[in-house]
Design a protein around this ligand. Structure first.
Ligand SMILES: Cc1cc2nc3c(=O)[nH]c(=O)nc-3n(C[C@H](O)[C@H](O)[C@H](O)COP(=O)(O)OP(=O)(O)OC[C@H]3O[C@@H](n4cnc5c(N)ncnc54)[C@H](O)[C@@H]3O)c2cc1C
Length: 458
């Protein structure tokens, strides 16, 4: 079985520009080294590709929108990349089930627009929505901006069609609301980063759009007060998002995009809260927690959006952060703990970094209402890239020891991929990792489905 046989199944490219482009994701840590890129157009073609891979003993790397930040969609060992770019059809919408059926290559924002035109709402929303695919969102169990209210991707997937590493096609859960028939393989595939097989069709639940949302941005004096402020607002309002970002991060967004500051007063940190309201409800509901937090000296200033346009521009301050930091070659971490522990967790990391790495410039931001913090360390211009990464890897030991102490996760939502696999044992026990290996062997006995990602088979 040769590359020519693969070309007979679906369009295939070995062009060096394509190998470079499709061979890696958004993370910059590994170089692409793919042997070919294949573009299936249907589930049947995907199945034939897997059978070809088994016969030719070729490893496959599934690839969605390539916005992943953990090098999970990166081919470093001459694998064949399977790009789902051409499988981008919205197949069906059932208004009774309120279920939409899509091919995995549908761009997340296109799904949002489709569903909105039908009068519904799909709440998984992330800054990469203009490029990432639904298949990639499923394979990473994407989170994003409204997890606090609506949960992760897992909570919205009602059915999945997959091709396993044995070449078998499975239709999982079939969008049943109730299905008590043993193990739920659908949930095994969600978040599996392409290591068990390839997702060929996704069925998703949709919901009603909230009547009215408001965005409030608050100036926060110290990061350790974040939980107290969150608690006051959560008790008084229907919070749908609670995001934090530092003055350092917001300044980078303002520099790159020319956006306005939320208000004149500068604060070391900012908290962005999105709240849901019924029609006609005014903003007075937000004033009570605001005044209580202001009286405590936890917040220094604030603004409440007065129009959808203003809400959007306040959201932009948060959503543009990753993109604005990218030119500074950030070393990214995405960790989480229980929300109740986030303040103590942050204080401990800040102190450890200050003591051990005083020259680090760190941009702090994240989905703080979910206990999820993004920590981007920026490369000093004068420092060589290799030295910088080496130093950051040393710092990872410090960070992940603190994560382990707080019983947190080394990857809240970006996945493990190649980037974090050496630290998997800080969040998962030896027994759990061994069980994952055994499960992979059942679904992928030839070890061809995105090998080397999450863990090494041993
Ligand atoms: C600016 C920016 C902001 C981001 N914000 C967030 C955020 O708020 N929350 C969040 O969770 N993530 C975030 N991310 C990370 C990323 O967008 C998500 O992980 C997203 O779900 C990846 O989707 P993708 O289509 O780009 O997948 P890719 O990067 O292409 O792939 C990701 C993984 O999915 C696998 N995969 C892709 N398609 C399939 C398929 N059909 N079958 C099997 N496996 C498949 C790949 O092999 C890989 O393991 C952000 C990234 C960027 C660049």
């Amino acid at each position: 079985m040769s590359l020519e046989d693969l070309q007979k199944i679906a369009p295939t490219s070995t062009d060096s520009a394509d190998l470079k482009k499709y061979g890696k994701d958004w993370s910059m840590n590994f170089e692409a080294n793919a042997s070919a890129v294949v573009f299936p157009r249907s589930g049947e073609e995907v199945q034939q590709i897997v059978k070809w891979a088994i016969q030719s003993k070729t490893a496959l790397v599934p690839s969605g929108g390539r916005t992943g930040l953990s090098s999970a969609a990166t081919a470093t060992e001459k694998e064949v990349v399977v790009s789902f770019e051409k499988m981008n059809a919205i197949i069906d919408f059932d208004p009774i089930d309120q279920v939409v059926t899509v091919q995995p290559g549908v761009i997340t924002e296109d799904l949002h627009n489709f569903v909105e035109d039908k009068g519904y709402f799909f709440p998984i929303d992330l800054a990469a929505k203009g490029s990432c695919h639904i298949g990639g969102n499923v394979a990473t169990n994407a989170g994003g901006l409204r997890v606090l209210r609506y949960g992760m991707m897992r909570d919205w997937v009602t059915g999945l069609k997959v091709v396993t590493g044995t070449g078998e096609s499975l239709y999982l859960n079939k969008s049943l609301v109730k299905n008590a028939t043993g193990y739920d393989f659908r949930n095994l595939f969600i978040g599996s980063e392409g290591t068990l097989g390839l997702i060929t069709e996704v069925e998703l639940r949709v919901t009603q759009k909230p009547a009215l949302t408001r965005v409030t941005v608050l100036g926060l004096e110290e990061l350790r007060h974040v939980t107290s402020v969150y608690q006051h607002f959560r008790q008084a309002t229907q919070l749908s998002a609670c995001e934090v970002f530092s003055e350092f991060a917001i300044q980078k967004v303002i520099d790159m995009h020319g956006l306005q500051r939320p208000f004149e007063t500068r604060a070391p940190f900012y908290l962005l809260l999105e709240t849901e309201h019924s029609q006609g409800e005014d903003e007075s509901l937000l004033m009570e927690p605001f005044e209580a937090c202001f009286a405590q000296g936890w917040i220094s200033d604030g603004v409440i959006s007065q129009s959808p346009l203003q809400a959007k521009s306040l959201w932009n301050l948060r959503e543009f952060i990753s993109e604005s930091l990218s030119p500074l070659s950030p070393y990214r971490n995405d960790v989480s703990v229980r929300t109740s522990r986030i303040a103590d967790f942050v204080v401990e990391i800040e102190e450890a970094y200050k003591q051990q790495y005083p020259d680090f410039e760190v941009a702090w931001f994240g989905h703080i209402g979910d206990g999820n913090l993004h920590i981007d360390i920026l490369k000093p211009q004068s420092m060589d890239k290799t030295d910088f990464i080496k130093k950051c890897k040393q710092a990872d030991h410090t960070l992940f020891s603190i994560v382990q102490k707080f019983e947190g996760s080394i990857s809240a939502e970006h996945g493990v991929g190649l980037l974090k696999k050496d630290f998997l044992d800080r969040s998962r026990s030896t027994a759990e990792i061994q069980l994952m290996r055994e499960i992979k062997k059942i679904f992928d006995p030839h070890h061809l489905m995105n090998p080397g990602k999450i863990f090494t088979i041993g």
